[in-house]
Design a protein around this ligand. Structure first.
Ligand SMILES: [Zn+2]
Length: 277
């Protein structure tokens, strides 16, 4: 499932169309991704409009067009954005059961006058495309909390979140988008592993020093992910947990212990019982 940095990477691909007019729109009108806004309506709204901006926030993408038209895309489980020229160059997408993107899953294609095609591909179709008209960005976008790398995500703020949910596992809490926009399963695993916190720990069991470490680690993992995955997708350094967690039988890159895998809060957590207490 695309998290913070993957969404940033995908949005970056569509920036190839910023400044260009939408010449033609291709859709699969019956695709489930159009359950909120109809494909015909989207095509009619975008045709002839200039794409003026492309932004990512948390797990959401928002594209601004001339004449107060906005297109939101949530990538769901398996959605991706890319430009036609890049299809052959895509890196393998480890968590996607579908492997390489297949053209039959291109549910929305914007053919731009500058010669690029902006493609939204989504095999499982849990993603959604949303059209919005208005001077301001849609409300769902404005409600996304500030980035975890921004100043407003302070250590005190993290302490407050943990204090409000004392019985909740830190792993589950980190997955809540209203507090930690863009954090998903692999990022929570990476954060807890680097901070040496077991995924079985509850918020109330965290000491002041541990919370300080957790806060620094959340910000560091976000920055690292945006720098590596968000900018160029791969390679991800082998010193991260990332490369070792996707398949069962992974080894902790710190001490060589076998990783443990367990369903926690509905997601499969990978962790090292030696490093994380
Ligand atoms: Zn370890």
């Amino acid at each position: 499932m695309p998290e913070l940095a993957e969404v940033a990477y995908f949005v970056r691909q569509w920036r190839a169309g910023v400044g260009a007019v939408v010449e033609r729109v291709e859709t699969h009108p019956r695709a489930r991704v159009f359950r909120e806004s109809g494909a015909k309506e989207i095509a009619a709204a975008l045709r002839g409009k200039v794409l003026t901006a492309a932004e990512a926030a948390g797990k959401q993408a928002l594209f601004r067009f001339a004449e107060e038209i906005w297109l939101g895309i949530h990538l769901g489980m398996s959605g991706r954005l890319f430009v036609a020229a890049e299809r052959a160059g895509m890196a393998p997408w480890a968590e996607s059961p579908a492997g390489q993107p297949q053209p039959q899953h291109d549910h929305l294609v914007l053919h731009m006058v500058n010669g690029v095609a902006l493609i939204y591909n989504d095999p499982r179709m849990f993603g959604a495309v949303r059209l919005h008209r208005g001077q301001d960005a849609p409300e769902w976008w404005r409600k996304i909390p500030g980035a975890l790398t921004a100043k407003e995500f302070s250590e005190e703020k993290l302490r407050g979140i943990l204090a409000r949910h004392p019985r909740v596992l830190v792993k589950s809490l980190l997955l809540r988008q209203e507090y930690f926009p863009g954090i998903g399963n692999w990022m929570t695993d990476e954060i807890l592993w680097r901070a040496r916190v077991s995924p079985h720990r509850r918020a109330e069991e965290m000491g002041v020093e541990e919370i300080a470490v957790l806060w620094r680690t959340i910000r560091q993992v976000c920055r690292d992910a945006l720098r590596v995955i968000g900018e160029r997708w791969y390679p991800v350094p082998d010193a991260w947990l990332f490369n070792h967690r996707w398949q069962r039988g992974g080894i902790c890159p710190k001490d060589g212990s076998p990783l443990r895998y367990e369903t926690i809060g509905g997601r499969t957590a990978a962790w090292c019982s030696q490093c994380q207490r």
